[in-house]
Design a protein around this ligand. Structure first.
Ligand SMILES: Cc1cc2nc3c(=O)[nH]c(=O)nc-3n(C[C@H](O)[C@H](O)[C@H](O)COP(=O)(O)O)c2cc1C
Length: 209
C-alpha cells in the first residue's frame, strides 16, 4: 500500500508508529520552576548524538486540560531533566505515570516510586530504574503541525551524568537481559529485547561508531 499522511491511511488504525518499531521509552523526570516533581514516559525519544551524548524527546499534543505538557515546559523553564530507563518490571508504573495529572501532582509519589537525588541536576531520578542520564536542556524545537490542538515540541538535552546500576553490568558491558528495557511498538503493543546478534563493521570502526 501507499498513502500520503495528509490524505489518511484507510486502515482501521494508524500504522505509522508500528512502522518505526521498537522505539525506546524515555521515562523523563523534571522539576517545575516551583519545585514540583514530574514524571512521564515518551516513546518519541532517542539518543541523537554521542560526543557529547545527547537525547531528544517529543511532546505531542496537549494535556487533558488543554495546557502544554509539563515535561517540556519544565525542561525549558529549569533547563534540566533526567532520562530514566523504562523496564519490563516497571511497565505498569511506566504506563500509569502517563496519566494526565495537573502540574501540582508529583507522578513519582502518585504511582509509588522512590525519588532519588541526582548528582548534577535538580530533578530526581526514579530509584527503581537501573539507568539514569542527567541532562541539561540545550534546544527546544516546535515542529510544524497540521492541527493546532496537536502541537509537537522536541526537547534536546546534553547528557552530563550517567548512572548505571552495578548489577546491570556483566564483564563491563550493559547486560540487556538484566536491564530488560521496555520498548514501544505500534498500537497498544510493547516489547522487550529478544534475540540479538553482533555484526562486524564493513570498515574500520572509529570512536564515533
Ligand atoms: C509508553 C508511553 C509512551 C508515550 N510516549 C509519548 C510521546 O512520545 N510523546 C507524547 O507527547 N506523549 C507520550 N505519551 C503520553 C504522555 O506520557 C502523557 O501525555 C503524559 O501525561 C505527559 O505528561 P506531562 O504533562 O507530565 O509531560 C506516552 C505514554 C505512554 C504510556
Amino acid at each position: 500500500m501507499f498513502f500520503e499522511p495528509k490524505n489518511g491511511h484507510g486502515l482501521p488504525h494508524n500504522p505509522v508508529a508500528a512502522c518505526v518499531a521498537p522505539r525506546p521509552i524515555g521515562w523523563i523526570s523534571t522539576l517545575s520552576k516551583d519545585g514540583i516533581g514530574n514524571l512521564a514516559p515518551f516513546s518519541y525519544f532517542n539518543l541523537v548524538h554521542n560526543f557529547p551524548p545527547t537525547v531528544a524527546f517529543a511532546c505531542n499534543g496537549l494535556k487533558a486540560d488543554g495546557k502544554p505538557k509539563d515535561s517540556w515546559v519544565n525542561a525549558k523553564e529549569t533547563g534540566e531533566f533526567v532520562y530514566n530507563v523504562a523496564t519490563y518490571e516497571l511497565r505498569e508504573k511506566v504506563n500509569l505515570s502517563s496519566t494526565s495529572w495537573s502540574a501540582d501532582i508529583n507522578e513519582m509519589h502518585e504511582v509509588g516510586l522512590t525519588p532519588e537525588p541526582s548528582r548534577i541536576v535538580k530533578p530526581h531520578r526514579v530509584a527503581e530504574s537501573p539507568i539514569h542520564f542527567e541532562c541539561k536542556t540545550i534546544d527546544i524545537l516546535h515542529l510544524p503541525t497540521e492541527r493546532e490542538e496537536n502541537p509537537s515540541t522536541v526537547v534536546f538535552g546534553q547528557v552530563v551524568g550517567v548512572h548505571i546500576a552495578e548489577d546491570c553490568l556483566t564483564g563491563g558491558l550493559v547486560d540487556y537481559d538484566k536491564v530488560q528495557h521496555l520498548t514501544r511498538l505500534g498500537y497498544l503493543d510493547f516489547a522487550t529485547i529478544g534475540e540479538r546478534f553482533a555484526m562486524p563493521r564493513p570498515y574500520h570502526k572509529t570512536e564515533q561508531d
